[in-house]
Design a protein around this ligand. Structure first.
Ligand code: NAI
Length: 247
């Protein structure tokens, strides 16, 4: 028996990167997948094809996670077409890095809206369905920057720290309905962005990571799989750092 057999999962911002890795791993474990992203493109098309080739039901919805009305529309569509949602992964996120003196109000607001308001939007949109089911697992993708802070990322760090407070609150609010809510906080993950860093900067990071390597998208997805599945049936309100020990 696969870990997510007969489950339905929705992942926001999943056409590429960490979200895509979640979609593929969850489908390998038998879950039907609905994923969103800002727009349809070759990434969303190829992911849809890969998911369906695994024999699960899969759908893509173009939707801006920062927009409350659009999140409500997604929940309505899922209710009408799938009838339930077992797993919600709030993954959509962006960076707009700048030192505080140079950070614009627009970049502060945008990062807070896409990274934090989106988590509120989707949790609010799907909570009624999960409450009725008396089951659900909500997984919010935070960051170790939300735990430790980082120069040049006060907007991003605040949004990711906000996710942690939100996660712990929702765990307390919805626990009695058997809805679990946890956060995953990735560290230095190998992405096009981190691979483009100058070699000496990368080397410096590696000396700080006890496991001496950058994380993979799949390292993050595997921890979310644990949180999505019954393996973590008694785990809620937790933040699991996936950072090779970076801290
Ligand atoms: P990515 O940039 O590769 O993928 C993010 C996806 O979200 C993109 O497909 C993008 O189009 C989509 N997206 C952006 N704004 C959206 C919106 N308003 N509505 C719907 N979709 C939207 O990023 P990556 O690296 O895969 O990151 C995924 C999550 O993991 C983010 O929340 C990020 O903050 C978090 N994270 C990433 C780390 C890393 O090293 N890559 C480390 C810690 C956390």
């Amino acid at each position: 028996m696969k870990l997510l057999e007969n489950k339905t999962a929705l992942i926001t911002g999943a056409s590429r990167g960490i979200g895509r890795s979640h979609a593929l791993l969850f489908a390998d474990e038998g879950a039907n997948i609905i994923f969103t992203d800002l727009q349809e493109n070759e990434n969303s098309a190829s992911l849809l094809e890969e998911l369906r080739a695994k024999g699960v039901r899969a759908d893509f919805l173009a939707s801006n996670a920062a927009d409350n009305a659009q999140a409500m529309d997604v929940a309505k569509w899922v209710g009408e077409n799938y009838g339930r949602l077992d797993i919600l992964v709030n993954n959509a996120g962006i960076t707009k890095d700048q030192l505080i003196l140079r950070m614009s109000v627009e970049d502060w607001n945008l990062v807070m809206d896409v990274n934090l308001r989106s988590v509120f939007n989707y949790t609010k949109a799907f909570a009624p369905m999960m409450m009725k089911q008396r089951a659900g697992s909500i997984i919010n993708i935070s960051s170790i920057v939300g735990v430790n802070g980082n120069a040049g990322q006060c907007n991003y760090a605040s949004s990711k720290a906000g996710i942690i407070g939100f996660t712990k609150s929702i765990a307390k609010e919805l626990g009695s309905r058997n809805i679990r809510c946890n956060a995953v906080a990735p560290g230095f993950i190998e992405t096009p962005m981190t691979r483009a860093l100058p070699e000496e900067v990368r080397k410096d990071w590696m000396t700080k990571i006890p496991l001496r390597r950058g994380g993979l998208d799949s390292d993050v997805a595997k921890v979310s799989l644990f949180l999505a599945s019954e393996l973590s049936a008694y785990v809620t309100g937790q933040v699991i750092q996936v950072d090779g020990g970076l801290g």
